[in-house]
Design a binder for this molecule. Structure first.
Ligand SMILES: [Cu+2]
Length: 132
């Protein structure tokens, strides 16, 4: 590969990454106190959610303030994820797979969860989580 070709390729990759970052339906973080992602805490309550094109089941969840949740996301078709507006990405799941991650919200309120994959939220992949 020539030096010039290498530089053009590098610019192309940077552009593709930037595009991916911009079109990914980014989730806002740092507005809600809590934990999103990583290993579930010991003794966490398991909560199962099914993800499919284009809905979550259930569409409503209720948890207690500061309650440790082991969120188990099961994909019935393609890749999906579960993110909470203001808190962050909780878990990603590959097509037909199941993945589990930590979730804890420290402030009571009503929050929105959704799938960040482009088009999925607009297609209906969203729900509400009530924290008491
Ligand atoms: Cu999705």
């Amino acid at each position: 590969m020539s030096r010039r070709h290498a530089r053009v390729t590098a610019i192309g990759i940077a552009g593709a990454l930037l595009l991916a970052a911009c079109s990914g339906g980014a989730v806002e973080t740092g507005k809600i106190a809590g934990r999103a992602g990583g290993e579930p805490a010991a003794g966490a309550r398991p909560v199962r959610i099914q993800a499919s094109n284009f809905e979550f089941s259930p569409e409503h969840l209720t948890v207690q303030q500061r309650e440790e949740i082991a969120l188990r996301l099961q994909s019935e078709d393609s890749s999906h994820n579960f993110a909470i507006d203001g808190l962050g990405l909780v878990v990603d799941v590959g097509g037909g797979e199941t993945a589990t991650a930590r979730l804890r919200i420290d402030e009571p309120g009503k929050y929105t969860y959704f799938c960040t994959i482009p088009g999925h939220r607009d297609g209906g992949m969203k729900g509400t989580i009530t924290v008491r």
